[in-house]
Each structure stands twice: as structure tokens, then as C-alpha cells.
Design a protein around this ligand. Structure first.
Ligand SMILES: Cc1cc2nc3c(=O)[nH]c(=O)nc-3n(C[C@H](O)[C@H](O)[C@H](O)COP(=O)(O)O)c2cc1C
Ligand code: SF4
Ligand code: SF4
Length: 284
């Protein structure tokens, strides 16, 4: 079967590291096969930065992969912004993937797949991968602890094997993945997903308090904020557009940012019991 993949572009956003790890495994495994695979990181770009990003690399790629963490059952805003600016194409292959923290991956993968299909892409494969829950950085035994692990890496490898064996010449190749299988079957998850978005999330997430006097102007938070909305000049402040990753709380060495994560952790554990997703990691 003719395999026409010579160049692969892997676009991802990763506030902590799970999605980056998966994206880099994809890159390395494609490269082992002699395929020119490169990653494009959206982390650390503002919305304007994403809208101005040169994307001609996508035109040169035979295959495009795009990865997002799951935030409240959805893909994250930077991935949404990136997808919304993609030009329409005709039947180009794409592989969407998500990482999630062991509660539920919700609608994220189907929503990402649908947006790509609307732009003329064909879904050549897809994956959801378990990772350490990035909101559980304070307590012990976070959900998804030690993931992604060798099991997830094996799935990444299998997905690469599958995709490289597809002949993209054949009309309708994407039908083979029965992508409707990506739809989340649980009614409760579907109902909650539809009600929750970044705006409503702001109402329930722990408030971040700022203690500007403690600031040593080390600038670590400027780098740590994946959507670059922190300013320290003249005083520390968070501008609109927070995605609630809590990297600032986690990484500021002077504890200028503080938030009480305990209640949220308990709620996350409760949701994980109610909405347990099986299999935890899966490829299509
Ligand atoms: C604001 C926020 C919301 C999240 N929502 C979910 C969720 O709905 N379901 C889930 O299983 N994990 C959820 N997580 C955990 C992340 O999906 C998971 O840890 C992901 O792998 C993080 O990716 P990253 O390390 O690339 O940033 C959430 C994390 C954050 C910060
Ligand atoms: S990381 Fe903390 S101490 Fe460093 S500049 Fe930011 S707020 Fe100030
Ligand atoms: S301000 Fe803090 S919580 Fe909000 S996006 Fe930036 S690093 Fe994440």
C-alpha cells in the first residue's frame, strides 16, 4: 500500500507536561521511521500570537496532528483559537489527540474532531491519553499519577503504525476510524460539558490571591503562564483571559500567588468516582 507520509506537523498546547510528552513521543516515533516530524508548541502564545502564527508549515506537511489537554470536558482555548484560524482544506489527514486527568475526557476529542472536519480535514486516527491531573499538584496521590507511562507510549506507537499504513490516496480512508466512536456516551458528561465553559469555570475555580509585596521580580511567572497574561510591572497582576492552570500558584518561588486547592481536589475525586472513564487511554 502506498504510504505518502514524508513530513508530519504536530501542534500542541501543554500547560504542565502531559500533552507535550505525548506530542514528543509522536515526533520521536515518526522520526524513528525516517519521517520528518516536527512539533509546534502553542504554549506561551497569547491569543494575538496564535492568530499571527505562520502556519505555512501545515501546507508542507502530509499529516497534521493536534493535541490538547482536557479542561472541564473541553479542549483548551489556545487550541480552539488555533483551529478556528485554519484555512479550509480538501480531505487532508489529521490526527487529533487529548490528554486528561483521570476524571473524564468529556467532549474534548469529539469537539476537536468536529471542528477539524468542518475545515475539510479527514480524521485519520485519534487518541485520548491519561496523564497526571494538573490541578492536583498540592495533595498526595493525584489522579493519573505516573501517567503518561509505558502503556500510553505503546498506544502512541500503535497509532503511528496505523496511520503510516493508511494510503491517503484512497478516497474515504477516514471512514475506517468510525469517528462517531469518539463521542462521549455518558449523558451526564454530555449535559455537564454543554453547561461548562471557560467563563462559567471562573465562577467555581479557587480564587487566586496576589501578594505583590512578596515579589522579587524574578520573572518566572511571566514564563510560567501559558497564555502570557501576567504582568509584574509596576505591580504583579493577572490580566483577563486566565485559563485556571494555576502554574503561577505552583511555580512562583515567593508564593506571591495563592489559592486554596483542597476543596477543588475533593470535588475532582468525587467527580472521578461518578464519571469513571474506561478504558483510561484509547486510540481509534
Ligand atoms: C482547568 C483544568 C480543568 C481540567 N479539567 C479536566 C477534566 O474535565 N477532566 C479530566 O479528566 N482532567 C481535567 N484536567 C486535568 C488535565 O486534563 C490533565 O492533567 C492534562 O493531561 C493536562 O495536560 P498538560 O499537562 O499538557 O497541561 C483539568 C485541568 C485543569 C487545569
Ligand atoms: S514568579 Fe513570583 S516572585 Fe517572580 S516575578 Fe513572578 S510574582 Fe514575582
Ligand atoms: S494567570 Fe496563573 S492560572 Fe491564569 S493562566 Fe496564567 S498561570 Fe494559569
Amino acid at each position: 500500500m502506498a504510504n505518502k507520509i514524508h513530513k508530519v506537523a504536530i501542534v500542541f498546547f501543554s500547560a504542565q507536561e502531559n500533552t507535550r510528552i505525548i506530542a514528543e513521543w509522536f515526533r520521536d516515533i515518526f522520526q524513528e521511521k525516517g519521517i520528518d516530524a516536527r512539533t509546534r508548541d502553542l504554549t506561551g502564545l497569547t491569543r494575538k500570537g496564535i492568530s499571527e502564527l505562520e502556519i505555512d508549515f501545515l501546507e508542507r506537511a502530509d499529516l497534521f496532528l493536534i493535541g490538547s489537554p482536557v479542561y472541564s470536558w473541553h479542549i483548551v482555548p489556545p487550541v480552539e483559537w488555533f483551529v478556528s484560524r485554519l484555512p479550509r482544506v480538501h480531505n487532508r489527514p489529521v490526527v487529533p489527540f487529548v490528554t486528561y486527568g483521570g476524571v473524564n475526557s468529556g467532549e474534548a476529542l469529539s469537539e476537536l474532531s468536529r471542528s477539524l472536519k468542518k475545515r475539510g480535514y479527514l480524521i485519520a486516527g485519534a487518541g485520548k491519553f491519561l496523564g497526571k491531573h494538573s490541578l492536583m499538584f498540592r495533595g498526595e496521590r493525584p489522579l493519573g499519577q505516573n501517567h503518561p507511562d509505558a502503556g500510553e507510549k505503546t498506544l502512541v506507537r500503535k497509532l503511528v503504525e496505523k496511520v503510516v499504513s493508511i494510503s491517503f490516496e484512497e478516497e474515504g480512508f477516514a471512514d475506517s476510524i468510525a469517528w462517531q466512536a469518539l463521542e462521549n456516551k455518558r449523558a451526564l458528561v454530555r449535559m455537564l460539558s454543554r453547561r461548562v465553559n471557560m467563563k462559567s469555570l471562573g465562577l467555581v475555580m479557587p480564587k487566586i490571591s496576589i501578594h505583590p509585596k512578596k515579589c522579587s521580580k524574578c520573572q518566572k511567572c511571566l514564563e510560567a503562564c501559558p497564555v502570557r497574561i501576567i504582568s509584574i510591572d509596576p505591580q504583579v497582576r493577572i490580566m483577563p483571559g486566565c485559563i485556571y492552570c494555576y502554574n503561577c500558584v505552583r511555580l512562583c518561588p515567593e508564593e506571591v500567588f495563592s489559592a486554596s486547592m483542597f476543596g477543588l481536589e475533593m470535588a475532582i475525586r468525587g467527580m472521578a468516582i461518578m464519571n469513571r472513564e474506561r478504558p483510561r487511554s484509547q486510540i481509534w
